[in-house]
Design a protein around this ligand. Structure first.
Ligand code: B1M
Length: 208
């Protein structure tokens, strides 16, 4: 058994096998970050490259994503640190027009694991829905994810709407195409490359 077996399982769209192997690695004491980065996420990176090169197509991307999600589900309970009471509330979602949710789910899981209350709005979420949820849940942070260059402008629209609604919630953004320069340009309060970094940003904001 090796991490490469998980990687290969994702590449071969083997949901059950990826679940089994992820559980086996956990049982063997392999750390979660290694399983995530070298197994699950690493494979998705290759899927993305192959897609760009025209060697894989959307249905295959979906099947690989499903296999990866299977592994993530196994890891989910173990992403938890000590959870006693909520350290803050985060409204999270993938912005309007964007259906990618694997990275967003990972961010949400890790935040939940860090003791934060998560209100997950799903994918293709418009600015009004973010505003409403932030208001109704008295959110400390609104976290926006985008994986497409074409949906990045929806982040700006959403941040603008949150500010115009006079909400005190801070905004953080992330997703593969999102740069620090873009975050500054649209007035986001923070940006992170990955899930652990997003947790750290929220911790700084809520002082946890
Ligand atoms: Co799509 N897709 N996709 N896709 N897809 C990408 C993103 C792409 C880079 C592939 C490529 O061309 N190489 C490309 C985008 C190009 C661009 O705009 N720059 C692309 C494209 C073009 C498309 C379609 C347009 C394809 C088509 O139909 N022609 C289409 C768009 C649909 C839509 O959204 N409207 C599409 C569809 C799909 C599927 C539905 C098939 C599927 C998504 C399934 C799902 O999410 N449920 C899919 C997938 C799986 C991918 C790739 C292969 C993998 C994405 C992924 O899940 N990565 C992706 C290529 C790639 O990224 N390697 C690709 C693993 C995940 C853990 O990483 O989401 O980056 P990621 O999350 C990271 C960080 O970004 C960060 O933390 C996570 C890790 O710790 N992060 C945050 C994410 N959100 C954050 C928020 C934060 C902080 C950090 O704070 C709030």
């Amino acid at each position: 058994m090796a991490i490469t077996d998980i990687y290969n399982g994702v590449m071969a769209f083997q949901v059950d096998k990826v679940k089994e192997l992820t559980q086996a690695e956990l049982d063997a004491g392999t750390d979660i970050e290694t399983i995530l980065n070298d197994g699950l996420i690493g494979a998705m990176d290759e899927v993305g490259e192959k897609f760009s090169e025209g060697l894989l197509f959307v249905p295959e991307m979906l099947m690989a994503a499903k296999a990866m999600k299977g592994g993530l589900e196994i890891l989910k309970p173990h992403l938890s640190e000590e959870v006693s009471h909520s350290k803050g509330t985060v409204v999270i979602g993938t912005v309007k027009g964007d259906l990618h949710d694997i990275g967003k789910n990972l961010v949400a899981m890790m935040m939940e694991g860090a003791g934060l209350t998560i209100v997950d709005l799903g994918v293709d979420v418009d600015a009004e829905k973010f505003v409403e949820a932030a208001k109704n849940n008295n959110a400390d942070v609104v976290a926006l994810s985008a994986l497409l260059t074409t949906t990045m402008p929806a982040m700006e629209t959403t941040i603008k709407a949150i500010k115009e609604a006079g909400l005190s919630a801070k905004t953080i953004i992330g997703g593969a195409p999102v740069t620090e320069a873009f975050a500054n340009e649209i007035g986001a309060d923070g940006r992170s490359d990955d899930a652990p970094g997003a947790v750290e940003l929220v911790r700084q904001i809520v002082g946890a």
